[in-house]
Design a protein around this ligand. Structure first.
Ligand code: HEM
Length: 225
């Protein structure tokens, strides 16, 4: 609420309806299956997370690919080829360092860390391309990857840890500071940035959500296949 009162009228969504982040979230929630989230509208095609039978090898493939994707997002905002990407530096949501520590832990446990898979490298190069040619579409992925990980991603991590890691809590699921506050800060920045976009640019960003689900779905599926 404190953040909302500091926002410019356009960032709050005045004159253009609700804040853009509400639209982004609504589109993402509809793309969940009914068993994944209460607001999901799609019929499930795979078993629900509760019935996944994860393997350490599959989970490691997912973690390695996730590290590549987060590292790519973090490098893109650090480089800021589009100047306003710099607004998304040091949000506190960054995940490549915690994932590096987790992979070191798996190495100590005697596991071999695989190279990124085709799914991981395909997503990373798609993000690189979008970040230069299509900032609105890039931001859609930025939002979905970070926010999905704090919601469903965390739930999945807990289930997997219970089943195959003796409840070991990975760094991937730990944030410095209060997660809800970090998320709220990023929502505020996203609303501010999007307040200067045209309706067409906003719609273009929203329309990219399906691709975000497709790429992230490919990564997640590795956990149980
Ligand atoms: C939020 C589950 C995959 C994007 C959520 C929520 C749940 C959930 C339970 C919270 C709903 C609430 O606030 O009431 C899952 C499960 C998944 C999955 C079980 C897969 C097995 C994905 C994927 C994406 C995604 C692939 C996109 C790449 C989001 C976003 C939110 C969300 C953007 C909103 C977060 C927020 O507003 O803070 N998900 N999800 N999810 N999910 Fe997923």
């Amino acid at each position: 609420a404190a953040a909302a009162t500091e926002m410019a009228p356009a960032a709050r969504g005045e004159g253009g309806g609700k804040p853009f982040m509400d639209e982004m979230r609504a589109v993402a929630m509809r793309l969940h299956t009914k068993d994944q989230a209460r607001e999901g509208e799609k019929e499930p095609q795979a078993p629900p997370v509760a019935r996944w039978e994860p393997t350490v090898e599959g989970y490691l493939r997912f973690l390695v690919d996730s590290k590549l994707v987060f590292q790519t997002l973090e490098d893109i905002v650090d480089r800021a080829a589009v100047p306003w990407y710099a607004e998304f530096r040091n949000t506190g949501l960054e995940r490549s360092e915690p994932l590096k520590k987790d992979l070191e832990w798996f190495t100590e446990q005697g596991h071999t860390i695989p190279e990124p898979s085709a799914a991981g490298t395909a997503y990373a190069s798609y993000l690189e391309e979008l970040s230069e040619k299509d900032p609105q579409a890039f931001i859609c992925h930025f939002y979905n990857v970070y926010f999905a990980h704090t919601a469903g991603g965390r739930m999945i991590g807990k289930k997997v840890a219970e089943k195959i890691l003796n409840k070991k809590e990975l760094e991937f699921y730990k944030w410095e500071g209060t997660l809800s506050q970090l998320l709220q800060n990023v929502r505020t920045t996203l609303n501010q940035v999007a307040s200067s976009w045209s309706r067409e640019e906003k719609d273009h960003c929203l329309e990219e959500t399906e691709k975000s689900f497709a790429y992230s779905g490919d990564l997640l599926r590795q956990i149980f296949t």
